[in-house]
Every structure is written in C-alpha cells, then in structure tokens.
Design a protein around this ligand. Structure first.
Ligand code: AMP
Length: 147
C-alpha cells in the first residue's frame, strides 16, 4: 500500500495544477459547427471549451455533440454543419472551478469529467485542470517510495 502523504495533493489549490488559458485550445461561441468540427479534429481532443472573444466561458463542445446534432433519421445531414453554430449545440451545464478551490473539490469533479474549466469571479476562462495533471503528481509522489 502507498504511504506517501496524500495531503500534499489535497491541500494544494487548483491553480498549482492548472493548464493556463493561453495553452488551451478553444472554440469561439459564434463559430459554425463546421469550424468547430475542424478545430476539434485538428486539436486531437474530443472536447474543447467554448469562449467569446473576451474569453468568457460559455460551455463545452465535443465530437459526439456535433455528430448527434447532424444525425437525421435516414442519413447524416452534413448541410447542418454550415447552418448551425457552436452555441446551438454546446453543453452549457458544465462544472466550473476557481483558482483558489481545493484540489479535493477538483478531484470530485474529475471523477465524471476528463477535464474541468477554471474561471474567475466574472466567468472569464483562466484554464483547465485535467485528470492527467493530478495523476502525474500522484505518480511523482509514489515514485519517491519505489525501491
Ligand atoms: P488529458 O487528461 O491530458 O488526457 O486531457 C483530458 C482532456 O482535457 C482532453 O481530452 C481535452 O479535451 C482536454 N485538454 C487537455 N489539454 C488541453 C489543451 N492544451 N487544450 C485544450 N484541451 C485540452
């Protein structure tokens, strides 16, 4: 059983694990669905934050959301990619963290989400926290107890 001091992680704040906004790929809220699909595909991620030009966070857009919105009863309605905007398809009901929140709170949210967005008090996007960032820290601590 691991004996590292898990309080090292739990007493940290979200800020210490955050990938800052300037290093996070995102989609503009007014983009067409086609443009959103292009950005998602090029980024290699399955979901991205949706922002306005002032970095206000509106929600998340994912590949399954886009595909679901263009699925007709008989065929895939590709023309909808040009007709719909990201704002019409995105998920606005997403968890949000603040920089000063505890990693404990972040962990609770990361159970159900691969990443969680971090915003300031005005709802401006500050970055993301990912499962990977937490796991890297756990790995670093557990390596200290290897033979
Ligand atoms: P990871 O834990 O690194 O695999 O990241 C989980 C998810 O977080 C990815 O699938 C992306 O949706 C998102 N993500 C991670 N890093 C970035 C980034 N630099 N820009 C945008 N999204 C990211």
């Amino acid at each position: 059983m691991l004996s590292f001091n898990y309080k090292d992680i739990l007493s940290a704040t979200i800020e210490q694990f955050m990938i800052p906004a300037e290093r996070v790929a995102h989609v503009q809220v007014s983009n067409s669905l086609e443009h959103g699909l292009l950005l998602l595909t090029k980024s290699g991620y399955t979901a991205l934050p949706v922002l306005d030009p002032h970095y206000k966070l509106y929600g998340l857009i994912s590949l399954p959301m886009i595909f679901d919105s263009i699925l007709g009863l008989q065929r895939i309605e590709f023309e909808k990619l040009d007709e719909l905007t990201v704002s019409e398809v995105m998920n606005e009901n997403i968890p949000r963290l603040r920089m000063y929140d505890s990693v404990q709170l972040g962990l609770d949210m990361l159970i159900d989400h691969p990443f969680v967005c971090v915003v300031n008090d005005e709802g401006i996007f500050e970055g993301i926290i990912t499962r990977r960032a937490i796991l890297l820290k756990v790995q670093e601590l557990s390596n200290q107890y290897k033979d």
